[in-house]
Ligand binder design. Structure first.
Ligand code: FMN
Length: 186
């Protein structure tokens, strides 16, 4: 298999990271991969907020957990009430991906950009985890001050975060694939 297919197939969510920061060169390759994603009408509706400040990441995680305590979902509440749970798994780099609400399909554009970043991270040997949890905070009124602090334009809706860092372990178990999700017409 070629390297691209290997990166796609080997990528798994990393939830245990080394504390060491990733190299600036690696960050720029990942950001550029995100910026190279397809987008509806080529609107490129995304905005990426790159955060490498542990104090701010801890604050965001704690605030997201506070909001999570009142989300109508038992698993989200369970995570929120777990003292050890960190929304970004203590990754040293986090990218928050937001889309222009006035765009044609901003959430899809942002998902394409996010996946590009995950594949790029894997191709560099880095670990990453897609974090939707943060949207409970940044998508709510309580998140408005954080949006300003992070330089996210008022016109944009934060959808996801990507947590990135060096993997603590290279072991990974691929989840089993659901069956009957493809039909072929020839
Ligand atoms: C939209 C979306 C939101 C996600 N949010 C979270 C999250 O908040 N926390 C987390 O640990 N994983 C999150 N994930 C990762 C999934 O749990 C993971 O991709 C899935 O279990 C399959 O495992 P794999 O990534 O190792 O293949 C999210 C994935 C997607 C696509």
């Amino acid at each position: 298999m070629n390297e691209t297919i290997n990166s796609i197939k080997n990528r798994r969510s990393t939830r245990v990271f080394l504390p060491e920061q990733i190299k600036e060169e690696e960050l720029q390759i990942i950001i550029d991969a995100g910026l190279s994603a397809p987008s509806a009408h080529n609107q490129q509706t995304w905005h990426f907020a790159v955060i490498q400040n542990k104090e701010i990441l801890d604050q965001l995680s704690n605030a997201a957990k506070e909001v999570g305590k009142n989300v109508d979902d038992a698993f989200i509440q369970q995570l929120a009430n777990n003292e050890k749970f960190h929304a970004f798994y203590n990754a040293p780099t986090v990218v928050i991906i937001s889309g222009d609400k006035n765009g044609f399909m901003p959430e899809v554009d942002c998902a394409a950009a996010t996946q590009n970043m995950h594949i790029a991270a894997e191709s560099l040997g880095l670990g990453s985890c897609w974090v939707g949890y943060i949207s409970y905070l940044l998508g709510s009124e309580k998140g408005e001050d954080y949006k300003k602090q992070l330089g996210i334009p008022a016109t944009h809706q934060p959808y996801y975060a990507t947590a990135i860092g060096y993997k603590k372990s290279s072991r990974s178990n691929a989840p089993t694939k659901r069956e009957n999700t493809v039909s072929y017409i020839k």
